[in-house]
Write a protein that binds this ligand. Structure first.
Ligand code: SF4
Ligand code: SF4
Length: 142
């Protein structure tokens, strides 16, 4: 029984009520680490409202899960390729950040938002509109 009481003592030493607190989520959103990688976002130029994505496909090539699909078409007037669609399957993402690192324009960003639950598998596949809109976490008030 000595070992048992020693074990219990150790347990309760780590569970001192004065060190225990309850996070009041969702009323209070927890702080996440500065370098946390969460919900993806496609950044746009705040001045022009145009996407920063140049449809280079580097993020898709860098992704070990092959979950990014970049759609593009050529603008024959400017002779440049233009982004048309962008899909990102968050259900397969491991948030390694390789796509973000590969992006030459800082367009693709893994934000600090962590609320990505959905009711359907289809809901985990984010399209360009949702990615450009960025995370819109619900704000609860007391
Ligand atoms: S974070 Fe990693 S797994 Fe997720 S899309 Fe980017 S490269 Fe792919
Ligand atoms: S790497 Fe960046 S610029 Fe290139 S397709 Fe991906 S998001 Fe767009």
């Amino acid at each position: 029984m000595v070992d048992f009481w020693k074990g219990l003592l150790l347990t309760f030493r780590s569970q001192n009520p004065k060190y225990i607190y309850t996070e009041q989520y969702p009323l209070e959103r927890p702080m996440v680490a500065e370098r946390y990688r969460g919900a993806p976002r496609l950044n746009i130029n705040p001045e022009t409202g145009e996407t920063l994505c140049i449809a280079c496909n580097l993020c898709a090539l860098a992704c070990p899960e092959n979950l990014i699909v970049v759609g593009w078409q050529r603008d024959y007037a400017t002779r440049r390729i233009v982004l048309t669609t962008f899909t990102y399957d968050t259900s397969r993402c491991m948030f390694c950040g390789l796509c973000e690192d590969a992006c030459p324009t800082d367009c693709l960003e893994l934000t600090q938002d962590f609320e990505m639950a959905t009711y359907t598998r289809e809901g985990a596949i984010w399209d360009r509109h949702r990615l450009e809109e960025g995370p819109t976490p619900a704000r609860y008030v007391r």
